[in-house]
Design a protein around this ligand. Structure first.
Ligand code: BJW
Ligand code: ZN
Length: 255
């Protein structure tokens, strides 16, 4: 059992606005691989330049679409873990909670969080390259999670353009309104929690700096060192699915 600092617990009880900023580590205990973990990270096995850039999709659409489909299917088969559930629960204890995620899965929503700010898009919401209309999957039965390999991307029902994954690739801008709302929330946060992110991808990682500048109490939960170790006030080393429920229980004991 981790004992959280009393100053933090007090800050959470009194804070009128808590911002939670999550990365791939928040979904790791649901079986969704992170990007940069040494043994299991996606970028250990796959080349980001061949899969997660606009140029990669132009060069080999079926390779890229197939890879994102296999990840979307894996997410559909996964379940939210204790971290997602604790964050949804935290929202019930505070006047205002803003959840900002870099994750492209929907596990926060499936745990009960609402109005999640998805900085890097969503696997479930691909859109047309031509007219940018959202593409809806017509799935009668759960897709086969084991199917991998190349899949030809579907075509847009309106303009015939190619449908692309609904995520933000390297070199692309973040969705403007989501980014603006995230910066505003970070600047107004009383407590800012970074959960399961290596904090190396910009501009997302700069949100923590905005919160620090604005005087927020900053906290990090991660089993490994991160680039923010010297900057945040409280760091707790361990898996978020285990530590976040303990944090909630210590901040707002149930009995
Ligand atoms: C646990 C755990 C457990 C494990 N519990 N924790 C040089 C300097 C600065 C910037 C750049 C640069 N060169 C290029 C850039 C820009 C680039 C960038 O930042 N690159 C860096 C890698 C250097 N950024 C961009 O391109 C962004 N756009 C942009 O800047 O636009 C302006 C521009 C325009 C034109 C040209 C150039 C710039 C867009 C970034 C988009 C990121 N996209 C991805 C892929 C999304 C689609 C997909 O899913 O495939 O987003 S990359 C990937 O990284 C994904 C993630 O959201 C993102 C962040 O990763 P995250 O979540 O932190 O995961 P990990 O794996 O890094 O960390 C997991 C953590 O969990 C670890 O710390 C573990 O320890 C921990 N953990 N188990 C708790 N149980
Ligand atoms: Zn279209």
């Amino acid at each position: 059992m981790t004992e959280f600092d009393e100053q933090l617990l007090e800050g959470m009880r009194k804070g009128r606005h808590i911002v939670v900023f999550t990365g791939a580590g928040a979904s790791a205990e649901s079986g969704i691989p992170t990007f940069r973990d040494r043994q299991s990270g996606l970028w250990q096995k796959f080349d980001a330049a061949e899969l997660a850039t606009p140029g990669a999709f132009r060069a080999d659409p079926s390779l890229v679409w197939g890879w994102y489909e296999s990840r979307r299917r894996a997410v559909r088969c996964a379940q939210p873990n204790g971290a997602h559930e604790a964050i949804a629960q935290m929202a019930r204890h505070v006047p205002r909670l803003t959840l900002i995620t870099q994750n492209v899965d929907d596990l926060h929503e499936r745990a009960g969080s609402r109005d999640v700010l998805h900085l890097h898009g969503e696997l479930a919401h691909p859109y047309c390259e031509g007219c940018r209309r959202r593409h809806d999957f017509q799935e009668q039965t759960p897709p086969d999670a084991c199917q991998t390999g190349r899949i030809e991307p579907p075509r847009c029902a309106t303009c015939g353009g190619r449908i692309r994954p609904g995520v933000v690739w390297f070199g692309e801008s973040l969705p403007g309104a989501v980014w603006q709302a995230s910066c505003e929330a970070a600047r107004q946060a009383h407590v800012f929690l970074c959960i399961g992110t290596s904090s190396v991808v910009q501009p997302a990682a700069s949100l923590t700096g905005l919160a620090i500048e604005a005087g927020a109490m900053t906290v990090q939960i991660n089993p490994n060192p991160t680039s923010m170790d010297g900057d945040v006030r409280f760091t707790y080393r361990g898996p978020a699915g285990m530590l976040l429920p303990q944090l909630i229980e210590q901040a707002w004991p149930s009995n």
